[in-house]
Design a protein around this ligand. Structure first.
Ligand code: HEM
Length: 541
């Protein structure tokens, strides 16, 4: 059961961020191996050998063939993941592989070969060669659901020029800080509900000050906030008793992720005989029907306004309203995209909040400094606005440090579909699958002195030259990079800043008695390996 659970988590990880995924149009290892008579030659690395135009690097430096890369073979990788149990701890496996092979190595997993990059300069070199349409992975399992049901693809599942066009439609009202700022009041309403719920849970706890499993509370907050931002509807996730239809949405995300595991690792012929496939589809179906209901409601509202002759008075408020009224996406296309937003925008923010509070709770001096910073800008009783965060450098540093130590996406990936690329001393053919080992870099003492310590001040400009600075701009890129970078970054940052500043303004935090050290576990996003239980003491009774 433990192994199945691990597989499930690995499947979630693979589907979203994808180191284990196949590159488009890659051939299975066997077919390629026959042709070149060498099972050791990795598929990705030989995908388009004919396209390697030259092996001379800049300044006539001789470039090496990727076949010269070392790394564990398929059997060893299987042993690491499924016998040694690294399937939940792939980020740690990468730390030891880097020690053994250096900052670039290859891994063979099943029929796929990945090139792992674990230094900021190599990642920077790869990223700077990105074309107009970067690709993470092919997202086959997600696409299969859309194809079966006839739904549109969203930003994760679309690729090439179609993806580019979709991002042109989705970026406005989302990508820039000034876009996100439009949702400040909406998010603050949800923060208000979070604080009420937190107080209620705390008062009802036996000691009167504890909240068990804060990650779940932040999960409910993040879901409520993203639904409100996208659809302009409240669904009551933070109420003490949750409506049955809201409960379905809360559970469907987990249902889809859990069963995507089995769908990833079990052969297709098992689908009619085992329940996982129907459950996987059911999870997605529930998310899509929720989106559909929300979109139909919004369309009706817009129609009613038009009929009432109020079209010039209608304020475009939420994101869905904007997408529909911009005319760039049909309701079906909007549904395909917003369903994927729901998946991307919940665990990510919730876990970052959890890690940040877990560390703040252990550091009274840091908490006090943050409290002083917050109340100097937003005195008790006042509600922070997005513009206030420009005057809260320590708060921003706390969030950056949480995302450094626990990059939500510990392992990201890229496939160079446009052209061959030079990385380090190697020339890679088109369609090579690169794995970006962000967790490894985050914990590298050469990039971040005292890497395991939570030291937000390393991010403050005046501390840059001190022993705890930051040595490379690509050392921590928690929201990814470039045109395919996170679409919800500014929303996520705003949500996180609004929650942390409000909680710190009102409470002193500490770890609940008996809390042991929490380690990260790799499940799509980096999650705590145990429940995080905190005590909240009111500052101004
Ligand atoms: C702390 C919170 C978050 C973190 C750390 C995070 C991180 C990331 C990362 C690393 C990527 C991949 C970028 C790349 O490959 O270069 C990504 C993609 C994405 N994120 Fe986020 N994310 C967060 C919150 C959100 C939120 C709140 C939303 C929605 C409002 C969102 C929507 C998306 C979407 C749609 C993509 C896919 C973009 C594309 O492929 O074009 N994320 N995110």
């Amino acid at each position: 059961m433990q192994n199945l659970g691990s597989l499930a988590m690995r499947g979630r990880m693979a589907r979203l961020w994808a180191p284990l995924l196949r590159a488009p149009e890659r051939r299975p290892l066997g077919s390629r191996a026959k042709a070149v008579d060498s099972a050791a030659v990795p598929t990705a690395l030989t995908a388009d050998p004919g396209t390697l135009s030259s092996s001379a690097g800049p300044g006539d430096r001789q470039l090496r063939s990727p076949e010269e890369l070392s790394g564990p073979g398929a059997l060893r990788s299987f042993f690491h993941l499924f016998v040694q149990g690294y399937v939940f701890h792939m980020h740690e496996l990468q730390v030891s592989l880097k020690e053994k092979y250096g900052p670039i190595w290859k891994t063979v997993i099943g029929p796929y070969t990945n090139v792992n990059l674990a230094s900021p300069s190599l990642i920077e070199q790869l990223m700077r060669q990105e074309g107009k349409h970067p690709l993470r992975s092919d997202m086959a399992l997600w696409k299969e659901h859309r194809d079966i049901r006839g739904y549109s693809y969203g930003p994760f599942t679309t690729q090439g020029e179609k993806w580019y066009q979709l991002r042109q439609a989705l970026n406005p009202r989302m990508l820039k800080p000034s876009d996100a700022a439009l949702y400040t009041d909406s998010i603050n309403q949800v923060v208000e509900d979070l604080l009420v719920r937190l107080e209620d849970i705390k008062i009802k706890s036996p000691s009167g000050d504890q909240v068990l499993d804060v990650a779940h509370l932040f999960y409910l907050f993040s879901l409520e906030a993203i639904v409100y931002i996208l659809f302009e509807q409240r669904i009551g996730c933070l109420k003490s008793s949750i409506l049955p239809e809201t409960e379905v949405v809360v559970k469907s995300v987990a249902l889809m992720f859990k069963n995507s595991v089995y769908a990833t690792f079990l052969p297709k012929w098992t689908r009619p005989f085992l329940p996982f496939w129907d459950r996987y589809l059911e999870g997605w179906d529930n998310i899509f029907s929720f989106g559909k209901k929300m979109i139909e409601k919004k369309l009706k509202e817009m129609d009613d306004e038009l009929k009432a002759g109020n079209s010039d008075k209608v304020q475009v408020s939420g994101y869905l309203h904007f997408l529909l009224s911009s005319g760039q996406l049909s309701p079906d296309e909007a549904m395909g995209s917003l369903a994927e937003f729901l998946l991307a925008g919940v665990d990510t923010s919730a876990n970052t909040l959890t890690w940040a509070f877990y560390h703040l709770a252990q550091d009274p001096e840091l908490q006090e400094a943050l409290y002083q910073e917050v109340i100097a800008v937003v005195p008790p009783g006042q509600i922070p606005q997005s513009k206030d965060f420009a005057h809260m450098p320590l708060l921003k540093a706390v969030v950056k440090e949480a995302l450094r130590l626990y990059p939500v996406v510990p392992i990201n990936s890229r496939i160079n579909t446009d052209k061959e690329v030079v990385v380090g001393d190697f020339l890679f053919p088109k369609n090579t699958q690169f794995v970006l080992c962000h967790f490894v870099i985050s914990r590298d003492a050469d990039i971040f002195p005292s890497p395991k310590k939570f030291l937000p001040r390393r991010w403050l400009r005046k501390n840059q030259n001190e022993a705890v600075g930051v040595k490379h701009a690509f050392g921590s890129i928690p929201f990814g990079y470039g045109v395919r970078g996170c679409l919800g970054r500014r929303i996520a940052e705003l949500e996180i800043n609004l929650v942390i500043s409000r909680v710190i303004q009102q409470y002193k935090l500490s770890l609940a008695p008996g809390m042991k050290e929490v380690y990260p576990l790799s499940r799509i996003v980096l999650v705590p390996d145990k429940l995080v239980n905190l005590c909240f003491q009111k500052r101004h009774p």
